[in-house]
Ligand binder design. Structure first.
Ligand code: HEM
Length: 408
């Protein structure tokens, strides 16, 4: 799967035996879970701004204030303001309202014997949820709004520019990425401008402005909500762009891979009849697939990572996919919900510290809904993988097609 995604980089990194190693033209690569976590937690020495960092890559496209290219007090303040939009009860309800009926239909289609491509299903579902969350569409207005599949294609066109060996986009890539995002966020921007800033504008979240599960806003009120939360128009649109970029490909990678693993190992059948180990199975799936496979940091001040001395300006490549797979041991550990080596990793697949994935509750809500829908089908009509194809030439390994069908 990883070789298909990138025939050079993943095999090169996978061969690294040492926990920290300097690789010319790539950076200082960290493959050990404990060291990787210590880098993430030390925001004084290692930052997401500076040479070779995510800021170098994303600021020209998304602007300077989109969490994933910020550090320190400004980052914390913006995160606090956005946090209510990701509160678990709120995103659970938003997810259920947006894709609940489609996932119920998915169960029935599988039980009826239909061959279903789970990659297409998850593209559609993840695209719809993120569109709803950030207000990419106006309610009842399909005009120019991409469906989940098309949204995914546009997002991939932007993230497809990312190369580990190239720390910045070219000017032409920046122009193209900005055009794609400007077009996608057209309605969100209009909704932001139309919104009445209200009496609490600029003061951050309050009990009055915090969305609650029973008041999931209509699609076009989310930018308004961001305005109420005190975000400037640029911050709000940057956040919209960042959410769209981070919130789709990870799930489109994870869910089909997870379903293939469950089918291949016999766990699909087992969990269908007894879901007590569903939590550990989801975590183990996240550990062995690591949908955000690599994180980047720039060294802000001379420091050490394990035995390796690093200098200000060095680029750190945190190979989370290897750290998770090895889970603190020297060797790759297979998917095993019973032994559950994931339990010791404190969700390293979602990062750690100040930048821990803000969208984790939203990801978990979608994962739970889709997996349970397939498990419900499996319980009534045992399923098999009827076809699969790995996605080629991509940053995040995954399938381009994974077809499930009831066994004859
Ligand atoms: C299984 C799915 C997902 C995985 C494995 C994942 C993983 C991660 C990781 C590892 C980070 C930290 C990156 C770093 O420190 O350099 C991160 C950050 C982030 N994620 Fe996710 N993510 C997932 C889904 C989502 C979703 C659905 C959203 C929704 C919008 C989202 C939004 C974000 C945002 C906004 C950040 C930046 C947080 C910050 O810098 O403060 N993620 N994610």
């Amino acid at each position: 799967m990883q070789r298909a995604a990138h025939p050079l980089v993943y095999p090169l990194l996978s061969r690294l035996g040492r926990p920290v190693q300097r690789i010319p033209r790539v950076g200082v690569v960290v493959t050990d879970a404990a060291l990787l976590r210590s880098v993430l937690l030390d925001t004084t020495s290692f930052t997401k701004t500076g040479p070779g960092s995510p800021a170098d890559l994303w600021t020209p496209v998304l602007g300077p204030s989109v969490l994933l290219n910020m550090e320190g007090a400004d980052h914390l303040a913006l995160r606090r303001r956005l946090a209510p939009l990701f509160a678990p009860a709120y995103v659970d309800e938003l997810t259920r309202q947006t894709i609940g009926p489609a996932t119920a239909r998915l169960t029935e289609r599988l039980v009826a014997g239909e061959a279903v491509d789970l990659v297409a299903e998850v593209r559609e579902a993840a695209g719809q949820v993120i569109s709803r969350l950030v207000g990419l569409e106006r309610e009842g207005d399909g005009d120019g709004v991409p469906g989940g599949e098309e949204l995914f294609a546009r997002v991939s066109a932007v993230t497809g520019f990312v190369r580990l060996s190239r720390p910045r986009f070219t000017p032409a890539q920046v122009r193209h990425a900005r055009e794609v995002l400007d077009d996608l966020t057209r309605h969100a921007r209009a909704a932001y401008r139309d919104a009445d800033p209200g009496p609490t504008a600029g003061t951050g979240p309050s009990a009055d402005t915090r969305p609650s599960a029973d008041t999931v806003p209509a699609a076009d009120t989310v930018p308004a909500r961001m305005r109420e939360l005190g975000l400037s128009e640029d911050e709000a649109m940057g956040a919209v762009g960042a959410f769209v970029l981070t919130g789709t490909e990870t799930l489109v990678s994870y869910l089909p891979r997870m379903l293939a693993i469950l089918a291949d190992t016999g766990w699909l059948e087992r969990l269908a009849h007894d879901r007590s180990l569903l939590g550990p199975a989801i975590a183990e799936g996240l550990r062995v697939t690591t949908p955000s496979p690599v994180m980047l940091r720039s060294v802000a001040a001379d420091a050490r990572v394990g035995r390796v001395a690093v200098r200000a300006g060095d680029r750190l490549v945190l190979a989370t996919f290897l750290a998770n797979r090895r889970a603190g041991t020297g060797a790759a550990l297979p998917f095993d919900p019973e032994a559950n080596p994931a339990a010791d990793l404190k969700q390293l697949w979602f990062g750690a510290g100040a930048h821990f994935c803000l969208g984790a509750p939203l990801a978990m809500a979608q994962i739970g809904l889709v997996l349970n829908a397939v498990l419900d089908a499996e319980a009534r009509a045992p399923l098999a993988v009827a076809a699969r194809r790995a996605q080629r030439g991509t940053l995040i390994p995954g399938y381009s097609r994974l077809v499930l069908r009831a066994r004859q």
